[in-house]
Each structure stands twice: as structure tokens, then as C-alpha cells.
Design a protein around this ligand. Sequence first.
Ligand code: SAH
Length: 355
Amino acid sequence: MTGELKDQLVRRIRAEGPITLADYMGTCLLHPQHGYYATRDPFGQSGDFITAPEISQMFGELVGLALAQSWLEQGSPAPFTLAEVGPGRGTLMADILRATKGVVGFHEAAQVYLVEASETLQGIQAMTLEGANVQWASDVNALPDAPLWLVANEFFDALPIRQFQRADTGWCERLVTVGNEGQFGFGLAQETAFADLENRLDDTKQGDVVETCSVATAITHSIGERIEAHGGCALYVDYGDWHSLGDTFQAVQAHQTCDPFEAPGQADLTAHVDFEALALATPCAYSRVTPQGVFLERLGIVQRAQTLAQNLSGETLENHISAFRRLTHPDEMGTLFKVMALYPHGAKPPPGVGV
Ligand code: SAH
């Protein structure tokens, strides 16, 4: 298996010419036979990386309660869609459902949808959520035209980006090429004007690299349309910032960064999320980006951590304390990860975010 995807990509580029970074990234992650997400469960201590819901149940509990409070504040519409995009192992949705059991009417009104591209991960999600009434959709466009409460954790960073290098008044796209030895590298396409990058001419100089993610803007547009038309809220949690600049494309394997061109399909490929681009693509209102640590503290993670700690001792207590630190501390995920909420114009934003 190893090397098969690399051979396919090399043959394709030699036959058809350089490909966009989005094409490379999308193929490496989601190729149906050899793609990264199609061939493994990458999460957890023994996998390649660990995400917030896998670190501690507190993350999903607090996100669930924030969504439920927003649902109550918008008049408890029924039925409504409770959705997660890119649910990984299904842990976050399991914690959301457990934490919201006591919210009167919430479960009865919720139609739970998981938007997941990988069949392998759909299978794992079905096991994690056994007994819950859950449906899968391959795409956000397939979600019902109904009020929508949605969460996306480390989803947008996995979507394929394109990179452009600033030229004089236009842009040269960075394309993936193949050298004589069969190794991948970057080449520059000819300078062109790109309408989508007009707004980046002011804050960049020659040689700067900017990234775009058209899949992400299309997805967030579709989510925002439902929220504006029918009510609801979306919480996006990811690493990145309001405005992205520079090359943020990276590969991670076994918790270490590695060369993204080394072993296609074997390493997780991500890029920082440009929250401004997501916000501007939606017709609904959006919050400021709030650091994950601040968001969780506003939602009461300190009190929740203390309550859980009462029943723990020894190693489990130490693990719990270190999980709390990982989620909130500025040296860990507390500052690097940001939260942005989408909500309808005229409605209250969900708790935890700044406006
Ligand atoms: N939210 C999870 C997993 C994040 S990893 C967690 O926090 O643990 C990214 C997830 O998005 C994986 O489940 C991956 O299979 C899924 N994914 C990637 N690209 C996708 C796409 N285009 N459509 C739907 N799901 C996608």
C-alpha cells in the first residue's frame, strides 16, 4: 500500500503537469483507497494527533451546554438539526448528547446529523454513538432546511488550501511539481489577477504567501444561510487567526511535524484557518475570534474541573489536571486555538464568545 498514492500522484503530474496544492492535499487526505482519513483512525495518544474532545470530556460537555443555551434563548425551535461537521471518532457528539440530557425538550426536538467524508470514520462514529439516533450526511448541503445548531472542531484546518505568492499587482499560484528523482516540490505558475485575492493586495508585499480555501468558504456559506433563514448557531473551533498570512501548510505524523511531501496519505495535512474568510462568506452574524482558553473559562470549565476532581485521585487526578491545562493554558491549546460563533442577525450570540 505504502507508496501507491505517491506513485499515482507522480504519474499524474508527469502526464498532466503541476497540480494545485488543494488537489494534492485533498487527494492525500481523502483518496477513497489510500487517503489519510480513509485508511486509519488517526486520533489519540497512539495516533498521529490528539484533539480537544479526546483530551477531556469537559470540552464536549461545555460546547453542548453552550449550544443548548443558545437554542433556549432562540425560543427552543422544534424540530431542529443538531449537527457536527468532521466528527472524527464521534467523541464530541457523544459528550454533547450526554451533557444536554437534562435540557428539557432538547433531545426530543434534535435531529442529529454527522457530516463525515470518510467511511472508515463513519464506522467508528457509529460505534461511539451506538444507541443514539444519528444520521450521516456526506455534505452540509444535504442538511435539512431547518434551524441549525452545529459544531466544527478541527474540521476547517483539514480542508484543502491553495497558496499564492504575491507578485507585482497579481499573484503566482504555488503548484506541486515532480523533480527528476520523483520528489515533490513547489513551482510557481504565471502571474494572474485573482478576484478572490483583491482584498489582500493592501496587506501584502511582493513575495508574501497567502492561502485560500474555497471548500471552507462554500461550506460556511451553506451553514450561515440556514442559520440566518431558520435560526441557530455554529461554533467553529480551530487553530488559526482572524487574518492569515504566510505559508501555514504542515504535516504531522506520530505527534511530530514532518515533510508534507514525504509520504502522501500517511501524514495528517493541515493549514491554519483564516477566520475572516469564513466570516465574510456567511450571510449571518458572527462573533469575534475568542481564544479557546477564554471561551472554556467563560463557560465554567474551572468549576466543572473541580467537580470532576472530587472523585479522582492518584494518576487519574494528575491526568485530569493536565487535561485541564492542555485545553486552557496559553502555552498549550488555550491561545493557539480560537472559537468563532455564527448566529442570526438580531439574535443573541451563544455564551462564551466575544462580540
Ligand atoms: N472533530 C474531530 C476530528 C477532527 S479531524 C475531533 O475534534 O476529534 C477532521 C475530520 O473531518 C475527520 O473526521 C475527517 O474525516 C473529516 N473531514 C475531512 N474533510 C472532510 C470533508 N470535506 N467533508 C466531511 N468531513 C471531512
